[in-house]
Design a protein around this ligand. Structure first.
Ligand SMILES: Cc1cc2nc3c(=O)[nH]c(=O)nc-3n(C[C@H](O)[C@H](O)[C@H](O)COP(=O)(O)OP(=O)(O)OC[C@H]3O[C@@H](n4cnc5c(N)ncnc54)[C@H](O)[C@@H]3O)c2cc1C
Length: 402
C-alpha cells in the first residue's frame, strides 16, 4: 500500500456527516448538558441511525465496513463537539467492539458484536478499580469457576458509560497466584443478577458524560462469556487499549481543532492597543503552537490507522499518538483560555469546557507518565512486542459501503 495523505471521497463524506450532526445536534445544547452534568442518551441513538457506532466493524458483523482511519475521523469530529461523546465512541467501538472482533468466538461476535456495531446495544470496558489504575495487576475482582459458570465479585471505578452500557468487558482474576497471567476477560451483561452501577458526581470535566462505579456481587457469568482463554485477560486489556488510545488521540485532534476555531475567531474580534489581538506576536505564538499540535497529532493518529488497515500491531505507535496528541490538546485548551483573557474564564465561551475536558484524556488509557515510560523503553530496547495469539483483522477495501 502506497503512502497517501489524501482522504478518500467516502472519508470526506463521513467527516461532513459527523460535522453537520455535531453542529446541529450537539453544539446548541452542550453548554446546558455540561452545566447540568447530564448525559443525553439520544445522541448514541442518533449516532446509531447514522451508522456511526460501528464504522470500522466489518459489514458481516453489522458495521459500516469502513477503514480504521474512518473511526479516527468520527472521533475527531465528535470531540470537536464535546469530549463526552467521543469518549462514548472510544469505549463502545475502540475498547469493546474491536476487542470482540479481535478476540471473540464466532458465537460471541454474533451475540454481542453485531448488535453493538448496529448501535442497538452499547458496550463498555471495565478494568480500573479503586486500588488499581496504571498498575493493572493490582486488581482484586475475582472470577471463580462454578460448574458451567464463573462467579464474579468485586468493584470497578471510573468506568465510562457505567449506567448506559448493556455489555461490559470485565477483567478479573481467575488465578491470583499467576499474577498478571492469572487475569481473565469476561463479557458481562447489565441484566445479570448481582450487577449494579453508580455514577460519579463532581467531575472536573466530561460532565456531559457518564462515568462511575460497577459492583459485582456474586454475578454468575456463563463460561461461554469468557473472552479469549483463561489467563489471557491482561493481553486482551492491553490490545484493547491499542485501539482505545488510537481513538483518544484522534479525539484530541478534534479538541485542538475546536480550540483553534474559537481562538482564531476571538483573535479577530478582540482589540487591544489599537489592533486585533491576533496581531500581537505572543498571541500568535499560542496560535502557532496549536497549529503545530494539530498537524503533528494528526500525522501520528493517521499513521496508526494506516498500520491498522494493514493488520499491523500498533502498541508503540498508538501510545505515542495518544501521549503527544493529548498533551497538545491540553496545552491548546490552556492557551485558548489565555487568549480569551477573563472571558475565557467563564462559560460564556466554550474554551473553559475545553480546558476541563482536556485533562481526563491525559489520565485515562495510560497516563502521560506511563506513555513517557513506554516510549523510553521502546527507544532503549527494554520493551519489545511479541506476536499475539489473535490479531485485529486488516481492512479490506472491498467491504466499503456508504
Ligand atoms: C473520565 C474518566 C473516564 C475513565 N473511563 C474508564 C473506563 O471506561 N474504563 C476503565 O477501566 N478505566 C477508566 N478510567 C480510569 C483510567 O483509565 C485510570 O484513571 C488511569 O488508568 C490511571 O489510573 P489511576 O487513576 O488509578 O492513577 P494511578 O495509577 O494511581 O496513578 C497516579 C499517578 O501516579 C503516576 N504513576 C503511576 N505509576 C507510575 C509509574 N510507574 N511511573 C511514573 N508515574 C506513575 C500516574 O501517572 C499518575 O500521575 C477513566 C478515568 C477517567 C478520569
Amino acid at each position: 500500500m502506497m503512502m497517501n495523505f489524501d482522504f478518500t471521497p467516502e472519508q470526506e463524506m463521513l467527516r461532513s456527516t459527523v460535522r453537520k450532526f455535531v453542529d446541529k445536534e450537539i453544539m446548541p445544547y452542550i453548554k446546558e448538558w455540561d452545566e447540568r452534568g447530564y448525559f443525553e442518551p439520544s445522541i448514541l441513538k442518533r449516532l446509531a441511525e447514522l451508522n456511526l457506532m460501528g464504522v470500522c466493524i466489518p459489514e458481516k458483523y453489522g458495521g459500516m465496513g469502513m477503514d480504521y482511519n474512518s473511526l479516527a475521523i468520527v472521533c475527531e469530529e465528535l470531540e470537536r463537539g464535546d469530549t463526552a461523546f467521543r469518549t462514548a465512541v472510544s469505549v463502545h467501538t475502540g475498547l469493546n467492539s474491536l476487542t470482540l472482533l479481535q478476540w471473540g468466538t464466532e458465537e460471541q461476535k454474533q451475540k454481542y458484536l453485531v448488535p453493538q456495531a448496529k448501535g442497538e446495544k452499547i458496550g463498555a470496558f471495565a478494568l480500573t478499580e479503586p486500588n488499581a489504575g496504571s498498575d493493572v495487576a493490582s486488581i482484586s475482582t475475582t472470577a471463580v469457576r462454578d460448574g458451567d459458570d464463573y462467579i464474579l465479585n468485586g468493584q470497578k471505578t471510573w468506568i465510562s458509560l457505567c449506567d448506559i452500557a448493556d455489555h461490559f468487558i470485565v477483567f478479573a482474576y481467575t488465578d491470583k497466584s499467576k499474577k498478571h497471567r492469572g487475569i481473565s476477560a469476561f463479557i458481562v451483561e447489565r441484566t445479570m443478577p448481582g450487577f449494579s452501577s453508580k455514577a460519579i458526581k463532581g467531575k472536573l470535566g466530561i460532565r456531559a458524560g457518564n462515568t462511575g462505579e460497577l459492583f459485582f456481587d456474586n454475578v454468575r457469568v456463563p463460561k461461554e462469556n469468557l473472552l479469549g482463554e483463561e489467563g489471557e485477560g491482561f493481553k486482551i486489556a492491553m490490545s484493547a487499549l491499542d485501539n482505545g488510545r488510537f481513538t483518544v488521540a484522534a479525539g484530541a485532534v478534534g479538541l485542538i481543532m475546536a480550540c483553534l476555531e474559537a481562538s482564531i475567531k476571538y483573535c479577530h474580534e478582540r482589540k487591544t492597543f489599537g489592533k486585533e489581538i491576533g496581531r500581537h506576536q505572543l498571541v500568535q505564538q499560542m496560535i502557532a503552537k496549536m497549529e503545530a499540535g494539530l498537524q503533528i497529532s494528526r500525522l501520528l493518529v493517521y499513521k496508526v490507522g494506516f498500520l491498522k488497515n494493514q493488520g499491523r500491531r500498533t502498541t508503540r505507535e498508538a501510545s505515542l499518538a495518544k501521549w503527544i496528541a493529548c498533551d497538545f490538546a491540553n496545552q491548546a485548551a490552556d492557551d485558548a483560555v489565555q487568549i480569551h483573557g477573563a472571558y475565557g474564564y467563564s462559560n460564556e465561551y466554550p474554551v473553559e469546557r475545553y480546558l476541563r475536558n482536556s485533562k481526563a484524556p491525559v489520565i485515562y488509557e495510560g497516563t502521560r507518565e506511563i506513555h513517557t515510560i513506554m516510549q523510553a523503553e521502546y527507544a532503549l530496547g527494554y520493551r519489545v512486542d511479541k506476536p499475539l495469539r489473535k490479531t485485529l483483522p486488516a481492512w479490506s477495501p472491498e467491504s466499503v459501503t456508504l
